[in-house]
Design a protein around this ligand. Structure first.
Ligand SMILES: Cc1ncc(COP(=O)(O)O)c(C=O)c1O
Length: 445
């Protein structure tokens, strides 16, 4: 199927309107396009092959072709999901997908919409947290995404960073000590962390909520989709408790096969809509129905983004044993397989992975040797155009608890990190480990 299928069909619909001649100021000669195209394509080669299974580094993967198809077709019209006046069809699609996600997370009553990113989704959650608990402190783990401290600065909300335990999860007794000060309004629970893919202990945090009065926001920008397969892995059962939280941010542009520009925020209490209240003298005329701009801090938003997600979710439903669920299961299988095999190489596993991020390090003895070798592997893989991994800095004191043999000659250890987010990674685990060994062998461990 041609990727331009929907584009061509939508073009036919556009052509059904009275013909008009495009203005001459918009004309571009084909040879000019080709000339600039050459320059553009040269520039684009300064990239890494994010689409390939040998790219096993950061949270990057290309969107599915069906998402591109719908995005491309919708872009011909470029609807704006701010108001029904700007994008009636795609606003309906947005409402439909948001309702499906609310069902998935068990939010019976909800208010939510797509955002351009996880950052904006979390921003909205913290904005509402501030309005509901003015002057109260927001607590999150030191492993939480850096976006939370930035957003708290912007919103002028006080915050406290809770130490993490040796598994990269928020330390529950440290959280309780903070709660005893009686000033925490919201606790942010990360499912899963950007660094280790670790899952904060939502069950324990809900226990604490019985004794202390605070709201819970879930940052599941990376991991939200794992709710779909929570029954298949014991460690994922924590996702079944999300229905008890006040809000959740998650990113279809991470695990959901979407191009960038697709995050989502959901609140389990529609009444928070009052904090978004504003009037627009320009829009909101064509219908009394809810315009998504009325419950969003962003104004213009790409209708194409909602269209791509709607189309993808129809073809890859949010089901556990087919559609998206099948893809996620393969990525977890790949990660677990990698974790089983990596110790029989020049590398050791750092921590047992909980999701589809795995961390490991070259078998050196000291923090400085491990760091140097890890940085070399990252650079050499790129230089030799063979393997793309990522690095992660871990506190030596945490590292040593998990690997007591470490000689601590530095405060931090740089180790290696791979997000195995593509289903194809399942068949490429051996190749990735072979690639790592080839890059390490010359260093004569
Ligand atoms: C846990 C978590 N929160 C928030 C973000 C920020 O999301 P975005 O990059 O979509 O703004 C990320 C991105 O990696 C993340 O992993």
């Amino acid at each position: 199927m041609e990727i331009t299928y929907l584009y061509n069909e939508i073009q036919k619909w556009l052509d059904s309107f009275p013909k008009f001649k495009g203005d001459e100021t918009l004309n571009v000669k084909e040879e000019e396009i080709i000339a600039v195209g050459g320059e553009f394509l040269d520039k684009m080669k300064d990239n890494y092959p994010f689409h390939h299974p040998l790219y096993a580094g950061q949270m990057l993967k290309p969107p599915h072709e069906v998402a591109i198809m719908a995005y491309l077709g919708t872009m011909l019209l470029n609807p704006n999901n701010h108001a029904l006046d700007g994008g009636p069809a795609t606003a309906k699609m947005e409402k439909e997908v948001v309702s499906d996600f609310a069902k998935l997370f068990g939010f019976n009553e909800y208010l939510g919409h797509l955002t351009t990113s996880g950052t904006i989704a979390n921003f909205e959650a913290l904005l509402i947290a501030r309005e509901l608990a003015p002057n109260k402190v927001v607590a999150f783990s030191e492993q939480a995404h850096y976006t939370h401290s930035r957003v708290c600065h912007w919103l002028q909300v006080p915050f406290v960073e809770i130490p993490s335990n040796n598994f990269g999860k928020m330390d529950i007794s440290s959280l309780e000590k903070e709660l005893q000060k009686n000033n925490i309004g919201t606790v942010i629970v990360t499912l899963a962390t950007t660094s280790l893919g670790a899952l904060d202990d939502l069950k324990e945090i809900l226990h604490l909520q019985k004794n202390y009065n605070f709201r819970i926001h879930i940052d599941a920008a990376y991991g939200g989709y794992f709710k779909i397969i929570s029954q298949y892995r014991e460690q994922l059962q924590v996702f079944d408790l999300i229905s008890k939280a006040d809000s959740i941010a998650f990113d279809p542009h991470k695990q959901g096969l979407q191009p960038y520009g697709c995050g989502c925020i959901l609140f389990n209490n529609p009444a928070v809509g009052k904090f978004y209240k504003h009037n627009s003298p320009y829009t909101y005329f064509t219908s009394d129905e809810l315009h998504l701009g009325e419950i969003s801090i962003e104004c213009s938003r790409a209708g194409a983004s909602a269209a791509a997600l709607w189309f993808t979710n129809k073809l890859f439903p949010l089901k556990s044993d087919f559609g998206i669920g099948q893809i996620l299961t393969k990525t977890i299988d790949a990660t677990e397989d990698f974790a089983r095999k990596i110790n029989n190489s020049y590398f050791s596993l750092y921590l047992q992975p909980e999701t589809n991020i795995v961390t490991y390090f070259p078998k050196f003895k000291s923090a400085s040797e491990i760091s140097k070798a890890s940085e070399n592997i990252l650079k050499e893989g790129i230089l030799q155009n063979e393997l793309w991994v990522a690095t992660l800095k871990v506190k030596s004191e945490h590292f040593q608890v998990n690997h007591p043999e470490l000689i601590v000659d530095k405060k931090w250890v740089t180790i290696l990190r791979s997000c195995l987010m593509k289903p194809e990674h399942k068949d490429w685990v051996n190749d990735i480990i072979d690639g790592l060994n080839n890059l390490t062998a010359p260093q004569k461990i």
